[in-house]
Design a protein around this ligand. Structure first.
Ligand SMILES: *[C@@H]1O[C@H](CO)[C@@H](O)[C@H](O)[C@H]1NC(C)=O
Ligand SMILES: *[C@@H]1O[C@H](CO)[C@@H](O)[C@H](O)[C@H]1NC(C)=O
Ligand SMILES: *[C@@H]1O[C@H](CO)[C@@H](O)[C@H](O)[C@H]1NC(C)=O
Ligand SMILES: *[C@@H]1O[C@H](CO)[C@@H](O)[C@H](O)[C@H]1NC(C)=O
Ligand SMILES: *[C@@H]1O[C@H](CO)[C@@H](O)[C@H](O)[C@H]1NC(C)=O
Ligand SMILES: *[C@@H]1O[C@H](CO)[C@@H](O)[C@H](O)[C@H]1NC(C)=O
Ligand SMILES: *[C@@H]1O[C@H](CO)[C@@H](O)[C@H](O)[C@H]1NC(C)=O
Ligand SMILES: *[C@@H]1O[C@H](CO)[C@@H](O)[C@H](O)[C@H]1NC(C)=O
Length: 808
């Protein structure tokens, strides 16, 4: 062999050896046990397997953890039987079992996978990049895998649920304490009876339910929608298995779902910049999630300042004395016994987490209408609901006994509760309508021909209201007298806000609930009564954590009044533009506000049934509740002034007031073009205002200022100096990202701006950012004081609408 050949041979050999050792790194063979500080490392170095210790090195365990975050242990083998020293040896026995031996104690078996009892030569255990440790025989058939034996953590690709053939359960149990991975007091299991759902158990008691899977998410976890862009949820329900699994959409993202030692489910995502785990969701979310807190047929718990239990309509506290002592666990009893078949109807409880389905029957093939008929014809059926919310609701869940653990949630579902017809009798206003109808009917007897026509009309409208009541429910109507009393006769000292749409009063209802009462100004009103009511119903159905909830309306003569939940911290502009109060808004709070507004807008823009452009997003329209959660207000209000419903695409000329100086996109200000991108623009401006604590106005063009600093690579100078010093490097990084996203949103061309749904991943570093183009910094001066008078030519759903513009 020549010198050069020999050199080549050596080079080749070393490459082969290197490759061999790299391959061996993630694989355990029968001939090569590991021990001490040796580890298996998955190919991409995402996960590691080895011994780790807790309690000051007095307890040792075999586990799998994230390489970037060794404290994030995702799986533990010998959780109930620790080693006292690091003397553990991980080996594959001749019988093909993965075992943990104690070398300090005669190789005693501390733990075994118990996967086989036959001799299996050539078995290997391999740690995969998804965190799964897979034990396979020489032919590659899987003998055992760690994903089938969860401890306290689910990671992407790991199933939760049950193998119906073997009965094997994939569930979590918490660690006993941060030092002790042995099974603690909490378990998180899927209940596969009825409509499958996850349940949290504490010391043998059920403490929380996620609500059943509804085709899209778990009924009581509306937040799942907000991270659909990051995770894909997959639910399987067939003869072999009932299971739920999530997958990271971005293959390189790291995430985990942990049942922690305090009995809280936490969904966390690794932040590569800040090198921390960010909490995306935790459940139970609040005290209202406590299982059975309000008892049978109760619940309907709402989280204002305090937990409030109530009874579903048609039910009364079973034990009023206990209820008065704030013990509602006894639940509620029916006011009127069911009459069975003909004598009953259904009341629609809207926007709830469905009650416990353990004893329910489920038929995915039925339609909702069929479900209603089935339930009505079975006297034992107490309620029904769609089992799948897609396509407007299909499938059928029927309940047969008590309804347990129902609560209101954002974006909840409709539950049809069986009541005796007399309990369905509508409220005062309905009685009023009924009286009027009776009078008209009497009149009809006198004037036969005319009466006949009026009677037909009345019957028609009566049918419509009955149908509404039973099948659709509606937004509550408030009595004008009550509203007037609540606001002290619309007393000026109760005024909390004023805008183009009317005056806002703070009010206190007779039951003590604080509300915001918006009296719409008369001059802009075009809509008819019925259209107005329809719109209010529609808007009241939009429910989201980041939208202010519309509680109802009141129509009296020419007065149109909207009643909202009251936001104790009022509006964002009172914070960010106030030289003293803005210092109290930490960067974290600001970021939460930005993300909250973004989520609210995504919901408005994308909710399939009622997509909506806000048109007047600004700091004054972002309200803050007691916990500084941002809620968008005044959404849909522009629609209340239109003279046609949304479905009719008339070319009616419409008067509207829209937009506020400083937040108006150039294409809208100049050409009156209305699209979702108008909201994106306003959101961009708002974001820059929140970061800087300065208002975009005539005397100070914030966008131009932000752009100049951005171009000079000095974006951080835009950050409000009252928070800058308190920011960590990661937070400063976040602020820079926010500014860049803000500049992307205010680009001149609407098509270059990101969709709202893309903004959230951008803000959370899930997406690389493109460089924004120079914004148009000179806003045209079209109309004074920010109010524009617009002629609408067409109105289309979701799409682009072109409107003409008139100066006022
Ligand atoms: C761990 O052990 C060291 C040395 O024995 C001791 O100083 C320290 O306090 C211990 N820490 C804990 C948390 O027990
Ligand atoms: C660990 O130490 C405890 C107490 O010192 C002892 O009872 C136990 O047998 C030891 N376990 C092992 C596996 O050596
Ligand atoms: C324990 O097992 C290891 C690895 O299989 C082996 O090298 C060692 O000799 C064994 N020790 C005893 C005491 O059997
Ligand atoms: C394996 O079997 C032994 C003996 O039946 C048992 O004590 C141990 O808990 C089993 N290990 C696992 C991981 O199931
Ligand atoms: C359930 O267990 C059986 C028997 O071990 C197995 O054949 C089947 O593949 C398992 N099903 C699932 C979905 O894991
Ligand atoms: C469990 O999670 C909750 C919610 O994120 C958190 O407040 C709590 O501190 C966690 N408990 C532990 C022990 O980590
Ligand atoms: C609450 O009421 C239930 C039944 O109505 C009763 O069993 C329970 O003891 C009460 N709890 C308290 C704390 O009084
Ligand atoms: C209703 O429930 C009663 C008592 O549980 C039972 O005897 C009866 O068969 C049920 N009826 C139907 C139609 O399921």
């Amino acid at each position: 062999m020549s010198q050069s050949h020999r050199r080549l041979f050596h080079a080749l050999l070393s490459v082969l050896l290197l490759a061999a050792s790299a391959v061996a790194d993630n694989t355990l063979t029968q001939s090569r046990p590991i021990g001490g500080d040796q580890k298996l490392v998955s190919l991409g170095d995402v996960f590691q397997l080895g011994l780790f210790s807790t309690a000051n090195n007095t307890k040792w365990f075999l586990g799998i953890w994230f390489t970037v975050s060794p404290a994030a242990v995702v799986w533990v083998a010998n959780r109930d039987r620790p080693l006292n020293t690091s003397s553990g040896v991980v080996a594959l026995s001749d019988r093909g079992n993965l075992v943990l031996l104690d070398a300090a104690s005669n190789n005693e078996t501390i733990w075994s996978s118990n996967s086989s009892s036959l001799a299996i030569p050539g078995a290997v255990a391999q740690l995969h990049d998804d965190g799964n440790l897979v034990l396979a025989d020489a032919a590659g058939a899987v003998l055992w895998q760690s994903f089938e034996h969860p401890t306290n953590t689910f990671i992407s690709g790991m199933r939760s649920g049950r193998n119906l053939t073997t009965g094997a359960l994939w569930s979590l149990s918490s660690w006993r304490s941060a030092d002790d991975p042995s099974a603690g007091d909490y378990r998180y299991v899927m209940d596969t009876q009825g409509s499958p759902e996850h349940e949290l158990w504490s010391k043998g008691r059920k403490t929380y339910r996620t609500g059943p899977w509804n085709g899209v998410r778990f009924s009581g976890v509306p937040e799942m929608t907000s991270f659909e862009d990051m995770f894909e949820f997959q639910f399987t329900n067939n003869a072999d298995e009932v299971s739920y699994v999530y997958h990271n959409r971005d293959g390189s993202a790291l995430s985990r779902v942990v049942l922690n030692e305090s009995g809280v489910m936490q969904r966390m995502v690794w932040d590569r910049t800040a090198l921390t785990w960010n909490n995306f969701w935790s459940g139970p979310r609040d005290q209202c999630d406590t299982y059975g807190l309000c008892g049978a047929f109760g619940g309907v718990c709402d989280m204002g300042d305090a937990v409030v239990c109530g009874c579903i309509r048609g039910f009364m506290p079973g034990s009023p004395a206990e209820w008065r002592m704030r013990n509602a666990s006894g639940g509620c009893a029916r006011s009127t016994p069911l009459q069975c078949a003909g004598g009953d109807g259904f009341y629609v409880l809207r926007g709830v987490k469905l009650p416990e389905t353990h004893g329910s029957t489920v038929d995915g093939g039925a339609t909702l209408a069929e479900c209603g008929r089935r339930c009505l014809s079975n006297c034992n059926c107490t309620a029904y609901a769609a089992s799948d919310i897609r396509g407007g609701g299909t499938g059928c869940i029927q309940w047969f006994g008590d309804l347990m653990d129902t609560r209101y949630v954002d974006d909840g579902q409709d539950l049809f509760v069986r009541l005796a017809k007399s309990d369905l009798e509508p409220t005062k206003t309905k009685k009023f309508v009924a009286v009027i109808t009776a009078v008209i009917l009497g009149f009809a007897l006198l004037l036969l021909l005319l009466g006949f026509m009026i009677w037909r009309k009345a019957r028609h409208s009566k049918e419509v209201t009955m149908f509404d009541e039973i099948m659709r429910g509606e937004c509550p109507t408030y009595d004008f007298g009550i509203i007037r009393a609540a606001t002290g006769g619309f007393c000026p000292k109760n005024v909390v806000g004023r805008g183009g749409f009317g005056i806002v009063y703070k009010g206190k209802m007779p039951d003590g609930q604080e509300v915001a009462v918006k009296k719409l100004s008369a001059e802009n009103r075009v809509q008819g009564l019925k259209e107005f009511k329809n719109e209010v119903d529609l808007i009241a159905k939009l429910q989201h954590r980041n939208l202010v909830r519309l509680l109802g309306c009141c129509i009296q003569g020419s007065e149109r009044i909207l009643v909202y939940e009251y936001m104790s911290n009022r509006s964002l502009d009172a914070f960010i533009f106030d030289s003293r109060r803005r210092a109290s808004l930490s960067w974290k709070t600001r970021m939460d506000v930005i993300l909250g507004v973004a989520r609210g807008l995504v919901y408005l823009h994308q909710d399939s049934r009622h997509t909506m452009i806000h048109r007047d997003l600004k700091a004054a329209n972002v309200l803050l509740d007691g916990e500084m959660v941002a809620k968008i207000s005044d959404f849909g209000i522009a629609k209340l002034f239109s003279s046609t419903g949304d479905d009719r695409v008339d070319s009616t000329v419409t008067d509207r007031i829209v937009g506020t100086y400083g937040y108006m996109s150039p294409e809208y200000a100049m050409d009156g073009m209305v699209s979702f991108m108008q909201d994106v623009y306003s959101f961009g401006v708002l974001q820059l205002e929140i970061v800087s604590g300065r208002r975009n106005q005539r005397s100070f063009n914030l966008i131009a200022h932000a752009w100049k600093l951005f171009e000079e690579n000095k974006s951080l100078e835009l950050l409000d100096s009252t928070v800058r010093d308190g920011c960590s490097p990661a937070e400063l990084e976040q602020a820079v990202t926010c500014i860049q996203v803000g500049l992307l949103c205010v680009q001149e061309s609407p098509s270059r701006r990101p969709q709202m749904a893309a903004v959230i991943p951008m803000l959370s570093h899930q997406q690389t950012l493109v460089r924004p183009l120079r914004p148009v910094v000179c806003l045209p001066v079209t109309a004074p004081a920010g109010l524009l008078h617009v002629l609408e030519v067409t109105s289309g759903r979701g799409g682009l609408t072109i409107t003409g513009l008139e100066g006022r």
